[in-house]
Design a binder for this molecule. Structure first.
Ligand SMILES: *Cc1c(COP(=O)(O)O)cnc(C)c1O
Length: 377
């Protein structure tokens, strides 16, 4: 007699049949890092790998950059602990600082660099230093608000906070701020923020950090002792691509395959809500990626995808697991053909425009069920 267990497939070790995946090109990542770091040769370039490295996989990205970046940055402590558990020993800057007093203790132990942005966080640190002799080999960052009005202490409070911190033995203090409009080349706000920042720091002469990707690329006067490089590291542009002083290579290529084909006559519709109707005899391909994979449902009809060397539009509603595309003009489309949603042949910026979104959001929203395949070439 045959037991059912003998028939069963070992699903965990089985290779997936689903061809939808995100290909992550680690050579492109490293080359982007080096090119952008060269734009600011006087600065140390911190690699920002929050939100699972903008959807690219934080551990793999951290490993690939470990020989190049002096430090990494994430949003909160849990993101940093995942990296430590994976054996990443670089200093890690925590951009939201400590969210409770316990975070402060963890940060001291793990060589995380805390970015303090309010008086409560400063008090947690000062109180801890009263209870135990602090040996903090890490760097402390103090964020000052120069007009983003989201995080940061007010310029008038810098004096009293630095006085409080003067009781703690510190390796160094980095004064930092964050830009609200650095992606806009003609907006004077960034220069106003830089000016205000410099007028504060001239009294203290701390080490300084202002620039994100757009700051590094657009505003050389914002380069500090440390810059904080996020988006551009992944080959996505924070500014109109025509203005880029360097070539960025996309790190992620999101792809899927054709799993069904339909011939439609004039007037027949596709998908939920009959959102799209054929105006000509049409060939429609169903591809195996949907909003549960992070391909947004608000993609408008006409959003391009890349198949067999050509761009074609999506038609109808994006559904949970699938999307439909018009391949009438493409010859000999067949099941299994690869379709690129964004990547080497179609920039994520272009795709994002059709969705009323931005490259940051599309990259970070690629969901956990999309397998990542890491390549170097
Ligand atoms: C996310 C973040 C960055 C990186 O910004 P990019 O625009 O992706 O380069 C830098 N600084 C802070 C404080 C951030 O939160």
């Amino acid at each position: 007699m045959l037991l059912t267990s003998e028939l069963s497939v070992n699903y965990t070790s089985r290779k997936t049949s689903r061809k939808t995946n995100a290909i992550i090109n680690l050579s492109a990542l490293v080359s982007n890092y080096k090119h952008i770091a060269k734009l600011a040769p006087q600065s140390k370039t911190i690699a920002v790998i929050k939100a699972n490295a903008y959807g690219h996989g934080a551990i793999k990205v951290a490993e690939a950059l470990s020989q190049h970046a002096p430090a990494l940055a994430v949003a909160f402590i849990d993101e940093a602990l995942i990296l430590r558990d994976a054996g990443i020993n670089l200093p890690i800057l925590i951009l939201e600082g400590a969210l409770d007093p316990e975070d402060v203790a963890i940060a001291l132990k793990q060589n995380f660099w805390l970015m303090l942005h309010n008086t409560e966080q400063v008090d947690w640190l000062v109180n801890l230093s009263k209870k135990q002799a602090l040996s903090y080999s890490g760097k402390l960052w103090l964020k000052v608000d120069t007009g983003m009005n989201r995080l940061g202490i007010m310029p008038n409070d810098v004096d009293s906070i630095l006085a409080k911190l003067s009781n703690i033995q510190l390796q160094s203090l980095v004064l930092c701020t964050h830009f609200s409009n650095a992606n806009e080349l003609n907006n004077p706000k960034t220069l106003a923020q830089i000016k205000q920042f410099e007028s504060i720091n001239k009294n203290y002469l701390c080490k300084k950090s202002l620039a994100n990707s757009a700051g590094i690329i657009n505003w050389p006067e914002s380069h500090g002792d440390y810059n904080r490089l996020g988006l551009a590291l992944y080959g996505a542009s924070p500014v109109p691509t025509i203005n880029l002083p360097i070539k960025l290579d996309p790190v992620m290529t999101l792809q899927s395959t054709v799993i069904a084909l339909r011939k439609l006559t004039v007037g027949e519709s596709v998908g939920y809500g009959e959102l799209w109707q054929a105006k000509r005899p049409s060939l429609i391909a169903t591809i195996a990626i949907g909003y549960a994979d992070g391909y947004p449902r608000n993609a408008k009809a006409g959003t391009p995808v890349f198949i067999k060397g050509r761009l074609v539009p999506i038609v109808g509603r994006v559904s949970m697991d699938m999307t439909t595309i018009d391949v009438t003009d493409i010859e000999q489309v067949k099941l299994g053909d690869l379709v690129e949603l964004w990547g080497d042949n179609l920039s994520v910026e272009v795709v994002a425009k059709h969705m009323g979104s931005i490259n940051y959001e599309l990259l970070t929203r690629v969901s956990a069920r999309v397998p990542k395949q890491y390549i170097s070439r």
